[in-house]
Design a protein around this ligand. Structure first.
Ligand SMILES: NC(=O)c1ccc[n+]([C@@H]2O[C@H](COP(=O)([O-])OP(=O)(O)OC[C@H]3O[C@@H](n4cnc5c(N)ncnc54)[C@H](OP(=O)(O)O)[C@@H]3O)[C@@H](O)[C@H]2O)c1
Length: 359
């Protein structure tokens, strides 16, 4: 493989801790030789790179250091294998990060869970391993079904409803027989959530009249709230919470660029506490990694069935080329994405043109 002509391209973190929202200067483009797999390792090329909000948390907190290849989960194809388990040509869910080629196996430092894992392109499109069939899908599944356990006819509200986690969480609530209300932004996203995903109502958080519009869309109050956003959206939800409502605090993306130093979770809890106490609300904090051991197998088998029978649909927002990763990442953090954000690095040989929406 390493004949000296093929180079590995990477995005590395340029500085730490980056503050506020990402800027161009936070990332550095780097070229180097493609690594040689050692015994117990395989070399893979990245087909899809997943861009996720938690990556910004790692960078801001200093977990990722200047000069590190930016972390990211990937769908890859094996180029050369020195592991018995994998053959050249196999498709894997792994963690190459923001680079074209990476090593998997012995001695390779990974962050996370659910990988490496071989993917069967005959089952579902392989890109879903970093989306609806991966950590994102399990996040929606464990937060909504396991933590909040919604009952038929209850009102479930999902924020960031057109995004990676939100689109799955809302459809899971529909499968449970709930009345589902989505919160998103633009007209196009609202139409997608209502007309293609089948939510019962959708509200845009963009206008001043958002709190009233949300109240009108929830005439019986809110029994379950799936929190992806925080801030102003959370404040509009609070007065509508019914007695014994359940909340999954999945994320607070509107707060991830804050520079005031206050932990967003602390502010969120302080804001919600009076209503939580008055209404006997249960607020669950969610870390998907805690659900892998007990739920991953059940989740993967149920989700594959729901995708196959059309009960779970999903939209991917695919950016073309590793070069676009910083721009795509920044856009995703601030609502510029439409569906699960991915970067297509090498062409996916399993995919037909009709399978995916390329921006
Ligand atoms: N707890 C866990 O283990 C776990 C695991 C995975 C993800 N998460 C969390 O899940 C949430 C969704 O992640 P994702 O990867 O699926 O991202 P995503 O929803 O695909 O993308 C983020 C979305 O957030 C919305 N948004 C951004 N800024 C906003 C603002 N100021 N006000 C309102 N909405 C805003 C935008 O949608 P609109 O266009 O609708 O505004 C944007 O599309 C994040 O909070 C993430 O941190 C948590």
């Amino acid at each position: 493989m390493n004949d000296g002509n093929v180079q590995n391209a990477q995005w590395r973190l340029a500085r730490t801790p980056p503050q506020g929202w990402p800027t161009e200067g936070d990332f550095r483009w780097h070229l180097e030789a493609v690594p040689e797999p050692q015994s117990g390792q395989c070399l893979t090329r990245t087909l899809y790179l997943s861009l996720d909000p938690y990556q910004w948390g790692r960078r801001r907190s200093g977990t990722e250091r200047p000069g590190d290849v930016c972390h990211g989960r990937t769908v890859s194809q094996v180029v050369e294998s020195r592991i018995d388990d994998y053959q050249a040509g196999d498709f894997l869910f792994n963690t190459n990060g923001w680079q074209r080629y990476g090593l998997t196996g012995a001695g390779v430092d990974v962050f996370g869970y659910m990988f490496p894992r071989r993917l069967d392109p005959g089952l579902v499109p392989i890109s879903t391993a970093v989306g609806v069939m991966g950590m994102l899908g399990l996040t929606a599944y464990s937060g909504l079904l396991v933590q909040c356990d919604p009952q038929p006819a209850e009102t479930v509200v999902i924020s960031a409803a057109s995004g990676g986690v939100g689109q799955v969480a809302g459809q899971l609530a529909k499968i449970r027989g709930c009345r589902v209300v989505g919160i998103t932004s633009t007209e196009k996203k609202c139409a997608y959530v209502r007309d293609e995903l089948g939510f019962d109502a959708v509200v845009s958080h963009l206008g001043d009249e958002f709190p009233e519009a949300l109240a009108a869309a929830c005439p019986d109050g809110i029994d379950v709230y799936f929190e992806n956003v925080g801030g102003r959206v959370f404040e509009a939800v609070l007065p509508l919470l019914n007695r014994k409502a359940r909340i999954t605090l999945c994320g607070m993306i509107s707060q991830y660029g804050n520079t005031d130093g206050r932990p967003p979770g602390e502010v969120w809890m302080e804001t919600g506490r009076p209503v939580f106490e008055r209404q006997n609300v249960t607020a669950h904090s969610l870390f998907v990694g805690n659900f892998v051991a007990d739920y991953q197998d059940r989740f993967l088998s149920e989700m594959a069935g729901w995708i196959a029978d059309g009960r779970i649909r999903y939209r991917e927002d695919v950016w073309e080329g590793l070069e676009t990763a910083p721009e795509a990442f920044t856009a995703m953090l601030q609502g510029g994405n439409f569906g699960k954000t991915l970067v297509s690095v090498f062409e996916d040989p399993t995919r037909s043109d009709t399978d995916l929406v390329i921006r």
